[in-house]
Ligand binder design. Structure first.
Ligand code: ATP
Length: 616
């Protein structure tokens, strides 16, 4: 997210594309092979945004590659379209529209089911190209006669009619494709893509429209595929029907895996290795049909030994040799270590609430949250039964109850993660029953989880940024070309939350390197960064050592100032220090409500919940 040299990657890409014709021919690369690599690389940029950045593995990209290519070729050959570039752009737009419609269907499912739908859709497109639409697509013959591009300059016209000129043409479009992709991945949308890849449920819970962003990634990938398909026709002089085959989609996935997913350049590098080796095995070693077997073995070895692909391997080597991990990482992980802010973990101070956009809760005087006769049944089991519960603005409430009393289920209903079987929830006077968890978070009600739900491949700062973005931008916005640093107030909000949860010194550390107590604080920070009007904390002290526990209690006391909070925990001594009132749940019902003193001395609580331990 931070870049000291903003155009370095773009400049290196341009240099690489210009230098390639002077270097690669010495390694037996022909200009046509280089053009093919560049077209595959461009095709792969979109796929990498979809798979490497958003975590959606599609085996159906051939559908959009073929569609874009066929539309462009049809316009140029059958309709006599004068401009190759315009035809390719129209092919791209058609592929993107088709991608939107397919995405609406395919993204209804996740994981393996999503992948299976994409396979099926690609097969349907292959069939349609060969049969009902054969008159337009040429069926098994494809569409021959795609012209080479021309660039009229007024005083002269450049014809891209030689192999090297065509390479220059494709190289230019690859460069444009990379520049656009870099803008996208550096935008808020790109960061949200990574959040969805890591933890789609939490991305939705912090207030992002996950379906909308997944669809965006799908359309972007379809657009890149469509554009690359158009260039394929130009490269070969005819549009081959093979563009639609499953082999095309499979080769794209393999090349991306070899080069490294989530890098944008992985598909280009993967295509270089794949096409070079296939040429080498077939034309130099004359392996005949065996070349596919050898290539398969090479692929398995590469994926086994370089799990993050060639670029991932190069990065790991660089980290190891040139930039070893900072020694303070482990030291700072231990409780009590000083952060970059100079503040030790024991010195949590009272922090002001995060500055945020005004919400209705700021002005309401009555209860901010009310649950009326809330019931949740799981088949025969009643998890919550007729719960009536209300919280005033500014109140800090605790909820206790034995294991299985229904506390987490109650929270899940309040944040609309699960719908109640019956009953009603109002927040800030509005009925929120049946709303989505995303909408409820956008209204200002969110929670931290009993089991950490973090974005594990990202840093602490990136985690908090994802949450703060939802508050700053709303649940969906297509600011694809805006740099994330240009979002007003975002940096301040993230820095403030880092300070609040005492993780300033660990801001750029990946989540995987955090100690357990730090992860718990980040879990709370994720909820805080969206600046909720009402914050629910589900067992914030769960699984902590005594020192981490003491530190987190201080943190809870600190964030309780000026906030409305409801906290579930089993550690009653700690909880009683933080909250003003307690609600006790037992067997899914409210047993009693009162101040900590009243609860401690309540005989019903002692007998039913504490088993007389407190009385003793
Ligand atoms: P703990 O303190 O152990 O976290 P809890 O008070 O939070 O417990 P819940 O997790 O809300 O209790 O569970 C209440 C009851 O509902 C339990 O009997 C649990 O097994 C059941 N339950 C919770 N979620 C589901 C589900 N998705 N399907 C079926 N039963 C469920």
């Amino acid at each position: 997210m931070r870049s000291q040299r903003p155009f370095l990657i773009e400049a290196l890409t341009a240099i690489g594309l210009i230098a390639a014709p002077f270097v690669l021919p010495y390694l037996a690369f022909t200009p046509t092979t280089m053009s093919r690599i560049v077209v595959w690389g461009l095709f792969g940029i979109g796929f990498d945004i979809l798979f490497g950045f958003t975590g959606l593995l599609s085996f159906g990209q051939s559908a959009f590659y073929g569609t874009g290519g066929m539309v462009a070729a049809y316009l140029l050959i059958r309709m006599g379209f004068p401009s190759v570039v315009l035809a390719v752009i129209i092919g791209m737009i058609v592929a993107a529209v088709v991608g939107y419609l397919i995405g609406l269907i395919a993204l209804r499912r996740t994981g393996i089911y999503f992948a299976m739908i994409t396979v099926a859709i690609a097969e349907v497109f292959y069939f349609v190209e060969f049969n009902p639409l054969a008159e337009y697509t040429g069926g098994e013959n494809g569409l021959p006669g795609v012209p080479t591009p021309k660039l009229p300059l007024g005083f002269t016209t450049i014809h891209f009619d030689t192999d090297w000129k065509l390479y220059a043409f494709f190289g230019f479009w690859y460069f444009i494709g990379i520049v656009i992709a870099l803008r996208i991945v550096r935008s808020p949308v790109g960061v949200i893509f990574s959040a969805i890849r890591d933890n789609p449920l939490r991305a939705a819970a912090v207030g992002h429209n996950v379906h909308g962003y997944k669809l965006t990634a799908f359309v972007i990938a379809a657009a890149y595929a469509g554009f690359a398909g158009g260039l394929l026709g130009v490269l070969q002089g005819f549009m081959p029907p093979e563009a639609f085959t499953f082999d095309t989609s499979g080769q794209l996935v393999i090349q991306t895996a070899i080069g490294g997913a989530g890098t944008l350049f992985g598909p280009l590098l993967g295509a270089t290795v794949w096409l070079y080796l296939s040429d080498f095995f077939q034309n130099t070693l004359h392996l005949g049909a065996t070349w596919k077997l050898v290539l398969g073995v090479v692929f398995v070895l590469l994926v086994c030994f370089l799990r993050r692909g060639l670029i991932g391997g190069i990065k790991d080597l660089y980290e190891l040799v040139v930039r070893p991990a900072p020694k303070d990482a482990a030291a700072a992980a231990s409780p009590g270590a000083a952060g970059a802010s100079g503040k030790t973990s024991g010195e949590i101070r009272v922090a002001a609430p995060t500055p945020r956009r005004p919400r209705a809760a700021d002005t309401i005087s009555g209860p901010i949250l009310e649950a009326i006769d809330l019931t949740k049944r799981y088949d025969g089991l009643i998890a919550n039964s007729d719960i009536n519960f209300s919280v005033r603005s500014g109140e800090v409430r605790g909820i206790i109850g034995p294991n299985g009393a229904g506390k987490t289920t109650f929270f899940r209903m309040l944040t609309c993660e699960v719908p109640p079987t019956s009953g009603k929830i109002t927040f800030e006077g509005h009925d929120i029953t049946g709303k989505s968890v995303t909408d409820v978070c956008q209204l200002g009600l969110t929670k931290s989880y009993q089991v950490n739900q973090l974005f594990t491949r990202l840093t602490v700062r990136q985690n908090l940024t994802i949450s703060a973005l939802a508050e700053r931008r709303g649940k969906f916005r297509l600011d694809l070309f805006k740099h994330i640093r240009k979002i007003r107030g975002l940096t301040e909000q993230v820095e403030h939350t880092l300070d609040l949860v005492n993780l300033t010194g660990r801001a750029d550390v990946p989540v995987s390197a955090l100690a357990y107590g730090e992860k718990r604080r980040l879990e709370i920070g994720l909820a805080l960064a969206s600046s909720p009007s009402l914050l629910l904390l589900d067992e914030p002290l769960a699984g902590m050592s005594p020192s981490e526990r003491a530190e987190t209690v201080k943190l809870l006391k600190s964030i309780a100032h000026g906030r409305t909070m409801v906290v579930i925990d089993h550690d009653m001594d700690s909880l009683f220090e933080v909250v003003e009132r307690i609600t006790v749940l037992q067997e899914g019902r409210v047993l009693v409500e009162g101040t900590p003193e009243e609860i401690k001395s309540n005989t019903a609580v002692q007998e039913a919940y504490l088993g007389g331990v407190v009385a003793a």
